[in-house]
Design a protein around this ligand. Structure first.
Ligand code: FAD
Length: 538
């Protein structure tokens, strides 16, 4: 079997590539996805997020190795295993990242990825509720809904509290400046998830030059010398080789793309030797530079109604369901991470360094891996934060010469003084907001932790014992011009080999400030454009 392009992984990035590379009709394209179909309504309805959170059918459900700075806790790292990938199971918050995030991408030897260069692709991606503007697209496939139209009323108290303590308000975190408190935008279209599988792939699925193989694992990339010539797959228990006439493109995400490279003989020499993998090309940076956002929440009981009231009574649940059924509105059509914003933990900074979430719902994520995500039995809400640009760096390494063996995920959270300092800044900011008269008026008590956080030591201790990933793993096949410290060049071609690219969240040289899905989709759109343009030049 042979195809012009083989795309490995049908996630946020892979679905866009499959559409764009097959659209001219000139090339045959194969999209290979380890997970299954996205047809179930559960994944289209935003509230389905809760169902997929611990579901091994659609989620790789990884855990990190015990983290030294988190008191040796392993941290949960969900990853989508379904057409649409993590974009099909994520919380749909739509934030692009800051201008300076992309300035830093550019200064890593990638001048084609400055903010000015990527903005047109962000715009191409979306149809924003406010239409075409300097910062927004008005006719792209991904539909952006402003949650301010349907957020729970208690979010206004949060905004008023921020205003009371002198924090600016912001209507658009993807506009001129991200600074301030506001209500998030989400990639939702009339009550349905608007992700790359539903918006890009859906229209491409019936093209005769596009084939999609689900429930199929790519074991490795096959090489002829240093030229990628195809992939080795396992599908329905059968192992086979498929040839790529033009290119293999890895879009398997920040955990699997470096794993596949390592299994294929492209990676750090010592690691490959340890697992008896023949070296195709030594590339030390494969699996290094892992970055993520780590967050912790504070929980409160309120004396006003919150989403807990809707979800804890039969009538409330029925009302919420009917509101969705008839009007595609309410909690089932939104994200629970409704309000938040970007703030400076230190006024001397040029950009915000703390991202906040205000959820009008209080719930504890079960730690036993069960799908028992139950709201607490009283009116509650939570405040959470994560530092925007952590400086700790981690690794992804295969644990065996086996594509199905769980990898070693070592984020090395909080290993720098910078990151520990931001934990103090973020927590103090949340406590300051909670001390405002506005929040005091509506708060009964802080429920978790059930003791005050008075000292720096108490804050750090709480964070170390209670923080978790906010699921923005990236950077493990970083883009740059130095093959000693990066994996792909700015055209997303793997250094030192030919006919092989990586196009997904693993190529981020640095994590973006904010949620990573929009930037991943932008990377895919720009990457596809580069491939199509390089064809034109040939
Ligand atoms: C629970 C959760 C919540 C999140 N919430 C948000 C949010 O609210 N907003 C936001 O912006 N971001 C969010 N994110 C992050 C965002 O979804 C990801 O950054 C983005 O989806 C990454 O896209 P990707 O294309 O790099 O990888 P993915 O979308 O993960 O796609 C990789 C695909 O490759 C497949 N694959 C892997 N290995 C193989 C193999 N060997 N063979 C075949 N196929 C393979 C996988 O099954 C998967 O479908 C969240 C992520 C998670 C997990």
């Amino acid at each position: 079997m042979n195809f012009d392009y083989i795309i490995v992984g049908g996630g946020s990035a892979g679905c866009i590539l499959a559409d764009k590379l097959s659209s001219s009709g000139k090339h045959t394209v194969l999209l290979i996805e380890a997970g299954g179909s996205d047809a179930s309504l559960w994944y289209k309805v935003p509230i389905g997020y809760a169902k997929s959170y611990y579901d091994p059918k659609v989620n790789w459900m990884f855990y990190s190795e015990p983290e030294a700075q988190l008191n040796n806790r392993s941290v949960y790292c969900p990853r989508g295993k379904i057409l649409g990938g993590s974009g099909a199971i994520n919380a749909m918050i739509y934030v692009r990242g800051f201008k300076n995030d992309f300035a830093d991408w550019a200064s890593n030897g990638n001048p084609l990825w400055s903010y000015d260069q990527v903005l047109p692709f962000f715009k191409q991606l979306e149809t924003h509720a406010s239409g075409e503007t300097e910062y927004h697209g008005g006719s792209g496939p991904i539909k952006i809904t402003q949650m301010k139209d349907g957020a729970h009323p208690i979010c206004n108290q949060y905004l008023a509290a921020c205003n009371e303590i002198g924090l600016p308000l912001n209507d658009d975190f993807n506009g001129e400046t991200p600074l301030g408190a506001g209500i998030y935008d989400i990639n939702v279209n009339n009550g349905y998830r608007s992700s790359s599988n539903y918006e890009f792939l859906a229209k491409a699925r019936n093209r005769s030059n596009l084939s999609i193989k689900l429930n199929t694992i790519v074991n490795k990339v096959n090489f002829n010398g240093k030229q990628a010539v195809g992939v080795n797959i396992t599908s329905m228990g059968k192992i086979e080789d498929i040839t790529a006439n033009c290119e293999v493109i890895l879009s398997a995400g920040a955990v699997h793309s470096p794993m596949i490279l390592q299994l294929s003989g492209v990676g750090p020499r010592e690691l490959l030797a340890k697992h008896n993998i023949d070296i195709v090309h030594e590339l030390d940076a494969v699996g290094k530079n892992l970055q993520d956002h780590i967050c912790a929440s504070l929980y409160y009981e309120a004396n006003v109604k919150t989403l807990n009231d809707d979800l804890n009574s039969l009538w409330g649940k029925a009302k919420t369901a009917l509101n969705y059924l008839f009007f595609k509105k309410g909690l089932f059509a939104l994200s629970v991470n409704q309000a938040g914003g970007f703030f400076k933990g230190d006024t001397n900074l040029s950009d915000p360094n703390i991202q906040l979430y205000f959820n009008p719902l209080s719930y504890q994520i079960p730690k036993d891996g069960s799908n028992n995500l139950k709201p607490e039995p009283y009116s509650g809400f939570l405040l959470a934060f994560n530092p925007c640009r952590p400086t700790s760096r981690g690794t992804i390494e295969i644990s065996a010469n086996d594509p199905l063996a769980k990898p070693f995920i070592r984020p090395n959270y909080l290993t720098t003084a910078h990151d520990q300092n931001e934990v103090l800044q973020g927590t103090k900011l949340m406590l300051k907001i909670m001390k405002s008269q506005t929040m005091q008026k509506i708060t009964v008590r802080q429920t978790v932790p059930d003791y005050p956080l008075n000292t720096d030591a108490e804050i750090i201790d709480y964070f170390k014992n209670n923080s978790g990933s906010i699921y923005h793993l990236c950077g493990t096949c970083a883009m740059g011009d130095n093959p000693n410290t990066s994996v792909v060049d700015q055209y997303l071609r793997v250094h030192g080999v030919s006919n092989l690219r990586v196009i997904d969240s693993s190529i981020f040289p640095n994590v973006t400030s904010g949620n990573t899905n929009a930037s991943t989709m932008m990377v895919a759109l720009r990457g596809a454009d580069m491939i199509v343009n390089s064809e034109k030049m040939q």
